[in-house]
Design a binder for this molecule. Structure first.
Ligand SMILES: [Zn+2]
Length: 71
């Protein structure tokens, strides 16, 4: 093991965490159990994507879950 354990989670890590209900909220940059996939548009590159956002960040930033359920 090295000292690079503080890097952002890899895609594999995100998948593993998602299986136990813990996901990485991109907005507050921390882990959450209330995260859902939301549509996100990178205004810098113009490309879109899906990212996890927790309940409070979805409220604060008016984000809509991509799964279709409006919670
Ligand atoms: Zn959040």
């Amino acid at each position: 093991m090295n000292e690079n354990s503080h890097l952002p989670p890899s895609e594999d890590n995100l998948r593993a965490l998602g299986r136990i209900g813990l996901v990485y909220c991109t907005w507050h940059q921390g882990y959450t159990t209330t995260g859902k996939l939301v549509q996100a548009v990178d205004r810098t590159s113009g490309s879109g994507g899906v990212l996890f956002a927790c309940l409070s960040c979805r409220r604060d930033h008016h984000l809509t879950p991509v799964s279709g359920d409006a919670s």
